[in-house]
Design a protein around this ligand. Structure first.
Ligand SMILES: [Zn+2]
Ligand SMILES: [Zn+2]
Length: 99
């Protein structure tokens, strides 16, 4: 799996090494492909992926946002903010975030 923010195969949140899923950090129909191509992906354990507090879970909003920010920071080490916004359609760093 290609990831710009992770090189170990373990849960990005808790470092667990079993029941791992690969997660597209920016998901949804169009952004999933963009994430795939650019390495906007991480390994997450089942719990941090689809559990209640997982990124797709009902109480996982904070974790989801955290990954989106970390990934944007990493991307912007080599690219401009304009390039990021062009890809993902929004900026997760600074300002108000309502999503
Ligand atoms: Zn985990
Ligand atoms: Zn996912």
């Amino acid at each position: 799996m290609k990831s710009i923010i992770q090189n170990k195969k373990q849960c990005f949140i808790c470092s667990r090494r079993y029941c791992l899923h690969d997660h597209h950090i920016y998901f949804g129909t169009a952004r999933r492909k963009i994430s795939e191509k650019n390495g906007f992906k991480v390994w997450l354990c089942y719990q941090h992926h689809e559990g209640t507090f997982g990124v797709h879970g009902s109480k996982g909003h904070e974790t989801d946002l955290y990954l989106k920010k970390v990934c944007q920071i990493e991307y912007e080490k080599k690219h401009s903010r304009e390039e990021f916004i062009k890809l993902i359609g929004r900026n997760y760093l600074g300002g108000d975030i309502d999503e």
